[in-house]
Design a protein around this ligand. Sequence first.
Ligand SMILES: NC(=O)c1ccc[n+]([C@@H]2O[C@H](COP(=O)([O-])OP(=O)(O)OC[C@H]3O[C@@H](n4cnc5c(N)ncnc54)[C@H](OP(=O)(O)O)[C@@H]3O)[C@@H](O)[C@H]2O)c1
Length: 215
Amino acid sequence: MPDVRVHNLAISLDGFATGDGQALDTPFGHAGERLHEWMFATRFWHQMVGNPGGTVGADHAFAERHEPGIGAEIMGAGKFGPPGWQDDADWKGWWGPNPPFHTPTYVLTHRPRPSIEMEGGTTFHFLDATPAEALEQAREAADGRDVRIGGGPTVVRDFVAAGLVDHMHVAQVPIVLGRGVRLWDGLESLEETYDIEAVSTPSGVTHLTFTAKNR
Ligand SMILES: NC(=O)c1ccc[n+]([C@@H]2O[C@H](COP(=O)([O-])OP(=O)(O)OC[C@H]3O[C@@H](n4cnc5c(N)ncnc54)[C@H](OP(=O)(O)O)[C@@H]3O)[C@@H](O)[C@H]2O)c1
């Protein structure tokens, strides 16, 4: 059975994966870019945005695992757009005409709309469904490859709570946000169902990997 994976989910020391006050000009609220500076430095990111260079050390090695073997992504309405995007019939996500997913991409929302085919292989499908139902559709579309749960924290938490995630990579960044949306709320004793490893890198990030014990 193909895996369900989470990659590069960046959280603060106090567990927030996004700040308070998400808006069109502040996709991560008051966190700004602080959760992702470690990733912006890597070759993985440089390649994604078409720039030369970038670091190739441990942060890069973790970050680039985001891509290989993924056949579909599931994300939440909060990742797809700022609060209220559902009222904008022309909103097609943050990422321009050629989004970086290049696979069928399922957006969980209580206000679904018709699918949108983008350039480069990304098609956004909008689903009002349980995590298990959404995963069933994404698995079918992924055609034997893995499914990535792309965030934000609410959706990742729901999929973990439902026991649907096989591998999760969380990058804990040495900042304290104090407010926002927390990843861990309501999740308890994950160490009983996951093997958890931690690796710190010179950037100050601690990479946490969770591997389901039943895999
Ligand atoms: N730190 C990171 O690495 C990272 C990664 C990705 C995103 N982010 C950030 O995280 C933030 C978004 O995260 P979030 O936790 O606020 O929101 P989210 O997880 O992206 O989406 C949650 C929303 O999705 C919809 N939804 C979730 N489950 C559903 C279901 N089963 N059926 C129907 N609709 C469902 C609901 O929206 P409606 O009720 O409005 O439809 C819900 O409020 C953004 O700021 C984004 O930039 C951070």
